[in-house]
Design a protein around this ligand. Structure first.
Ligand code: ADP
Ligand code: XUL
Length: 557
């Protein structure tokens, strides 16, 4: 493998513009974290009056946006804070993550503002008039159902759009958002010279010019042909006129977006050789930061929402999941599932049935047997998109289920289980759904390597259930934020690719010394009994049958 050593005494900087905060992680040339920093949008920038970093519009159903300028001001604040902690002159490369799908609309003429930033002033002062839309639609928005339907119809159906762009139309995806803006505010659309994702927007600030959208985050738009890695004419035509010129060309995630702009060299004393590596989405950068790099590697993030992502060389077009070009390779795909009902729904069951205590919740998990005596639950506190179902709880008992065959097994709907079974049913239900949808997506089973992250990964009983349903060892990591640390790791990787003049395998930068870096993971639960894994496969099959029935009866699509 190529020599991938990083220049001695250099630093690599990664950001994460997430929903609620802007985070930063700084790595040294041994890939150890030397500093982290965080700006919370609600508390550090209270004058924007956001709640959880967003505005929930009560006048338009499902509209959720964030003030674009708030991200700019947070960046000013972050750079000032970091300048007191580290020597920016040592930063060899910088990259970043951002919440996926959110979009920024640059007003006609704004490229001039961007390329002539005055180092004596803050960014926020100079970019006040740069946006044709001041409130960026973000991933939580669900106001574009009508546009989703029209786009799917125009390209030949949901599955066809998924085959082409990696996903069926989703309300939060950027294409439907753009179509809605074009339909409802045609003048604003006309007055927009460039549309960025939040990721390419932040990179644009750093290079002082419009940065490309990277191919991985670009696949979260319902616009990119994921095989060709270029904009799909069919999808563009289904979305809005003259769109291609407003998007610019996509670029690989490992590519150099440009040298850091003179603004940052003069104001913050960055080296003029500092490279800006393409920014990407938070989930793709988490994949990089969790050191997933080969087909069969899988991560489960148990956070506010639950996401499951991994690498495969053969994604199957799916109506539930998402496929993106790999953020860490020139071939292969990242596949992802995104559940809206994650920790908050687990908390709801904990509060209703387990005395509001994780200890009691865990005691119930330990008291009940794997497979829960055939009790199966579907718990949606929020409207769910995987599967597309409205809020509601559905409980079934599989009669005659012994785990060795589905012959003669019938499901009976019930109103409630005993408290301990409710707890096991939500955990098993969520994990069985993950396993079923991951397998449907063409991911190898069992996973080659499984890493669990996010707030609930501290719960060992949950990790044990994952190990026994997925039939493999479960690893966890201690780093708090895999998106910004993953971005810093990608900055280092982009630096190496640039130095070598071509793409270098991602793992080259940490291979053979992972334990000595901040990116190591630890074994947290051993693979479960294989006979139980097989029994779970049958339960999963039954669960998928019931899920299909529920979607046919109650689903929106
Ligand atoms: P975010 O997606 O907002 O970054 P986190 O990954 O920080 O969220 O996860 C926060 C969630 O972690 C909380 O909502 C909480 O329900 C969950 N959590 C924390 N500790 C436990 C635990 N011991 N067992 C299960 N869930 C937990
Ligand atoms: C993924 C998604 C979210 C955001 C959160 O499709 O919408 O996970 O990326 O930041």
């Amino acid at each position: 493998m190529a020599d991938c050593s990083l220049p001695h005494d250099s630093l690599f900087l990664g950001f994460d513009t997430s929903t609620q905060s802007l985070k930063a992680t700084i790595l040294d040339s041994n890939l150890s974290i030397v500093e982290t920093e965080l700006i919370n949008f609600d508390s550090n920038l209270p004058h924007y009056k956001t709640k959880d970093g967003v505005y929930r519009d009560t006048t338009v159903n499902g509209r959720i946006v964030s003030p674009t300028l708030m991200w700019v001001e947070a960046f000013d604040m972050m750079l000032l804070k970091l300048s007191r902690k580290i020597d920016f002159g040592k930063v060899a490369a910088v990259s970043g993550s951002a919440q996926q799908h959110g979009s920024v609309y640059w007003k006609n003429g704004s490229s001039v503002i961007l390329s002539s930033l005055d180092p004596k002033k803050q960014l926020v002062e100079q970019l006040r008039e740069a946006f044709s839309i001041k409130e960026s639609p973000i991933w939580m928005d669900s106001s574009t159902t009508e546009q989703c339907m029209k786009i799917e119809e125009a390209v030949g159906g949901a599955l066809e759009l998924s085959r082409l762009t990696g996903s069926r139309a989703h309300e939060r995806y950027t294409g439907p958002q753009i179509r809605r803006i074009f339909e409802t505010q045609p003048e604003v659309y006309k007055n927009t010279e460039r549309i960025s994702l939040v990721s390419s927007f932040m990179a644009s600030l750093l290079v002082g010019g419009y940065s490309c959208i990277d191919e991985t985050d670009g696949a979260g738009m319902n616009l990119l042909d994921i095989k060709q890695k270029s904009w799909s004419k069919k999808a563009l035509d289904a979305t809005a006129p003259d769109l291609e010129e407003k998007l610019g060309k996509p670029a690989p995630a490992y590519a150099v977006a440009g040298l850091i702009a003179p603004y940052f060299v003069e104001r913050f004393h960055f080296s003029s050789n500092c490279l800006v590596i393409q920014w990407s989405g938070d989930n793709p950068n988490s994949l990089a930061g969790l050191t997933l790099n080969s087909p069969g590697d899988l991560a489960i993030s148990l956070g506010t929402s639950d996401t499951v992502f991994g690498i495969t060389d053969k994604p199957q077009p799916s109506l539930e999941g998402h496929a993106f070009p790999s953020p860490v390779d020139t071939k292969g795909h990242m596949v992802m599932l995104c559940y809206k009902n994650g920790s908050l729904t687990r908390e709801d069951i904990r509060n209703q049935y387990a005395e509001k205590s994780w200890d009691v919740f865990n005691k119930y998990l330990q008291q009940t047997p794997p497979l829960n005596d055939g009790k199966l639950g579907f718990y949606y506190k929020e409207h769910e998109s995987l599967p597309p179902l409205p809020a509601g709880f559905h409980r079934y008992i599989l009669q005659n289920f012994m785990g060795d065959s589905l012959d003669g097994v019938v499901d009976q709907e019930v109103n409630e289980f005993d408290a301990a079974s409710e707890v096991r049913a939500i955990i098993e239900g969520q994990i069985l759904s993950m396993r079923a949808h991951v397998e449907r997506f063409g991911m190898p089973f069992p996973p080659r390597r499984l890493i669990v992250t996010g707030g609930a990964s501290s719960n060992e009983c949950i990790l044990e259930s994952i190990a026994s349903i997925f039939g493999c060892d479960v690893y966890t990591v201690e780093r708090p934020d895999s998106a910004s640390s993953g971005a810093a790791l990608r900055a280092a990787h982009g630096w190496v690719c640039n130095a070598k003049g071509s793409f270098i395998p991602f793992e080259c930068i940490y291979k053979d010394r992972l334990e000595k870096t901040s990116f190591t993971s630890k074994l947290s639960a051993k693979a479960g009994d294989p006979t139980v894994v097989t029994k779970y496969a049958l339960m999963m099959k039954k669960r998928m049958e019931i899920e299909k029935r529920l979607v046919e009866k109650l689903g929106r699509w």
